[in-house]
Design a protein around this ligand. Structure first.
Ligand code: TYD
Length: 213
């Protein structure tokens, strides 16, 4: 039985979601709510090793077939979902997850042409059907993201603005298909304005958790 909540944060590189993930962790800890912040790819020994392969390949400009890339992300996701996330949710924890399956649909699917249905289907298998209770999409146009300071700039420049435009559009399409699960936040606003929206949506989901008890 799952009594916890899974909250995923999604968006293109430079959308500021990792800053909001940290703020959310502090906020929940302050309320004495059992919580854990995890990131994808990573979060397990296998996942961190896969992350190293993927990010090193991206950084060194090694060519990798998009399907291979997707399967590596999915492998990391399978390990994290089954060995870490599921047990945490069963113990009643709130899990904040910096990226999940929707990143694969957006980046490898919309961005790099891997079949969307294949990704969605295999994501369900990899995660054992794990579905977020809430997914926050930090939406920003790639030009604005690129103008922000951070090491993601290199990544955006390497893959090109057109790639990130497809990824952004992909995220918006995915969010539009599941309006009950997704909340789209304008991530070009200031950190505190974005944060106010994050709190509003997260409090909404946590209220359900209390009233379910
Ligand atoms: P990371 O340094 O974690 O960036 P961020 O803070 O933006 O999440 O790097 C993760 C990179 O991997 C990022 O460019 C998005 C990409 N990615 C995919 O392409 N597919 C996926 O399924 C996931 C989880 C990430």
């Amino acid at each position: 039985m799952r009594s916890g909540k899974l909250i995923t944060l999604e968006g293109i590189d430079g959308s500021g979601k990792s800053t909001q993930a940290e703020k959310l962790l502090d906020y929940l800890k302050g309320k004495k709510i059992k919580c854990k912040l995890l990131r994808e790819p990573g979060g397990t020994d296998v996942g961190e090793a896969v992350r190293h392969v993927l990010l090193a390949a991206a950084g060194e400009g090694l060519s990798m077939n998009p399907l291979t890339e997707y399967l590596l992300f999915a492998a990391s996701r399978a390990e994290l979902s089954r060995t870490v996330i599921k047990p945490l949710l069963e113990r009643g924890s709130v899990v904040i997850l910096d990226r999940f399956g929707d990143s694969s649909t957006a980046y490898q699917g919309y961005g790099n042409g891997v079949d969307h249905d294949f990704i969605i289907h295999t994501n369900v298998i990899a995660t054992g059907g794990l579905k977020p209770d809430l997914s926050l999409l930090f939406d920003i146009d790639p030009e604005t993201a690129l103008a922000r300071p951070g090491d993601f700039n290199d990544r955006i420049e390497k893959r090109g603005l057109e790639f990130f435009k497809r990824v952004r559009k992909g995220f918006l399409t995915i969010a539009g298909q599941e309006p009950d699960r997704f909340r789209v936040i304008d991530a070009s606003q200031g950190i505190e304005t974005v944060w106010e929206e994050v709190v509003k949506y997260v409090d909404g989901v946590l209220c359900e958790r209390v009233s379910e008890r």
